[in-house]
Design a protein around this ligand. Structure first.
Ligand code: ADP
Length: 553
């Protein structure tokens, strides 16, 4: 009862939180209260009505229905049985209407209560609304038939009320159904959110990537199992610090701690986005090498919502790369001495006047191949040292001059292959650079152009100025590079299928190293190529500002 009053007066308890009995009583009550009001009105308007048996029976019947509503254990009956009540309500309303038609007209509209109950219950809505409409029709027509007044005119004139009630029923049903659908969606939302959360948790704990999430105040909100493991590796021995600045985070390959303000988390919290930066966590056998990426994320309104840091354990990969480089360095070093010997003795022998021309020609082939081998060993050796912090010896150079020298030294090779090499320079191109590095790039581009071209073709090396860039392009009419190989042409040890098939020797290192050296000079190395037509490799280096370029005071 208390709850009923609360629903009616305060609205703190929701209708659907009541027991079934409470709900039935509450749905029945409006009719009874209105009928009570009718009694009060009748006292003033027409006291004689209390002598009308129809009026009294209708009031008694309505009261009896309220008692039934309160007495029946609706919760124990099958769902839907409570709809007997609005159906039965049509009887007292019909009787009331019939008995007071002349003194208090319009009481038939009280049928709005049962019809709204039927339509608003949400149970079999179409059937219930139709049922309510029929009941309303019977309510007005039955008295006509019983009173012998069922003329077509009377029947039609009395249709207004049932139609009105039917329309109210349909409207109520539509609103109820859409409300129910919305409620269902609202109920499903938390369920869906929880399922998503569980999925995310499972994914994050399954993947082999450490994930750390911080809220917009920089507080830890999520740490997956892998991240916890990496965090433990960075903890100083015997410490359980939660202070990021005290964690052992080293620069990769150096024995130096990263200063607190340069640590990845600190930088990301300050709004920086970092990608695949490699650090070492901890020292000793437990140390881990990690590649860290991180960024901030925003909420739906575009405000900063937090920070995510993802760490991939690359300890084994880095160790494998180191082992490979060590092996390559050792191997190429061991190859050099015997090769230098072979080349030296081949040159000595070549000058021997007693050698026949045929033997000299064989010797030349041997020497050429030994030189080739030497070149490859050089590449391998260089590849194992570039990427280390070997400093560049930059000094003022002229790219056009370097290009002319490169063509001059490749001319002999070109002639022997039957390829014509041309060089066109557009005046001096001052750059700051490492002579050995730049000569190596140009030699590599030229030797590739010759290596991957047939005799009778042309190779052109051209230099020019392009805004603030010194540009040198090497153009050939050779094999060309297929689009799928073009993407990997600057990747170490990658060789095109065509190059491998044609048996042209190579290591797949030259271009990768050339690009690295170009980038160390703040420059670029690009390629365009069409299979069967040829390739153009373009080296761009920043032009050195000379005195003539400087603004005059
Ligand atoms: P290498 O020539 O020793 O194999 P590079 O790194 O110099 O290694 O070149 C990588 C690959 O790119 C080559 O194997 C070849 O497939 C392709 N390539 C390079 N230059 C040219 C060129 N001028 N024409 C056609 N293919 C080329």
């Amino acid at each position: 009862m208390e709850k009923l009053l609360d629903v009616l007066l305060l609205g703190r308890v929701r209708f659907h939180d009541l027991s079934m009995r409470g709900r039935v009583v509450l749905s029945q009550l409006p009719l009874n209260l209105t009928m009570l009001l009718v009694c009060l009105i009748a006292v003033i308007a027409d006291p004689e009505i209390f002598g009308n048996p129809g009026f009294l029976i209708a009031q008694g019947w309505a009261l009896a229905l309220l008692v039934v509503a309160a007495a029946v254990p609706w919760d124990r009956l099958p769902y839907g049985w409570f709809l007997v009540m609005p159906v039965l309500d049509f009887y007292p309303v019909g009787l009331l209407r019939y008995s007071t038609e002349s003194t208090l007209p319009g009481l038939g509209l009280l049928a709005v209560f049962p019809i709204m109950w039927l339509a608003g219950s949400g149970y079999r809505p179409r059937i219930m609304v139709s049922f309510g409409g029929i009941a309303a029709l019977l309510m007005v027509w039955v008295p006509l038939f019983l009173g012998g007044r069922a003329t077509p005119h009377e029947l039609a004139a009395n249709l207004v009320v049932p139609f009105m009630l039917l329309a109210i029923g349909v409207g109520t049903s539509v609103m109820t159904l859409s409300g129910m659908a919305q409620q269902q969606r609202v109920q499903e939302l938390p369920e869906r959110a929880e399922t998503r959360e569980r999925l995310l948790d499972t994914v994050l704990d399954t993947v082999d990537v450490g994930v750390l999430v911080l809220d917009d105040h920089g507080e830890n909100t999520y740490l997956n199992a892998k991240e916890r493991q990496l965090y433990m590796a960075a903890l100083p021995a015997g410490s359980s610090t939660t202070n990021e600045a005290e964690l052992l985070i080293y620069w990769e390959g150096r024995d130096e701690l990263v200063p607190p303000e340069q640590r990845p988390l600190e930088r990301v919290l300050n709004g920086e986005t970092i990608e695949h930066e490699v650090y070492q966590l901890g020292r000793g056998p437990e140390a881990r090498t990690v590649s860290i990426s991180g960024r901030q994320f925003v909420d739906a309104a575009g405000n900063k919502a937090g920070t995510v840091l993802a760490s991939t354990d690359v300890t084994e990969v880095v160790a494998a790369v180191r082992a490979r480089d060590k092996f390559l360095a050792a191997m190429s070093h061991e190859f050099r001495t015997p090769l230098t010997n072979i080349l030296g003795y081949a040159e000595l022998l070549h000058d021997d006047p007693s050698l026949s021309p045929a033997a000299k020609s064989d010797l030349q082939i041997m020497a050429r191949n030994a030189r080739h081998l030497n070149h490859m060993v050089d590449d391998i050796l260089l590849s194992s040292v570039t990427g280390s912090d070997a400093p560049l010896l930059r000094r003022p150079l002229d790219l056009s001059e370097l290009a002319q020298e490169a063509v001059a030294s490749a001319r002999a090779e070109a002639t022997s292959r039957g390829i014509e090499v041309e060089v066109t320079v557009d005046g001096p191109l001052p750059v700051m650079g490492d002579r050995t590095g730049l000569v190596r790039i140009l030699d590599n581009l030229l030797s590739n152009a010759l290596k991957y071209s047939d005799s009778g073709t042309h190779v052109t090396l051209a230099t020019c100025k392009d805004d603030d860039w010194a540009v040198c392009s090497v153009n050939d009419e050779g094999l060309g590079i297929a689009p799928e190989d073009l993407k990997r042409v600057f990747t170490r040890f990658q060789r095109s299928d065509a190059a491998v098939r044609s048996g042209i020797p190579g290591t797949g290192l030259g271009l990768a190293l050339a690009k690295e050296v170009a980038e160390l000079h703040d420059g670029r190395l690009d390629v365009t190529s069409v299979v069967g037509v040829g390739s153009v490799f373009t080296l761009r280096l920043p032009l050195r500002k000379t005195h003539a370029d400087l603004p005059r005071a």
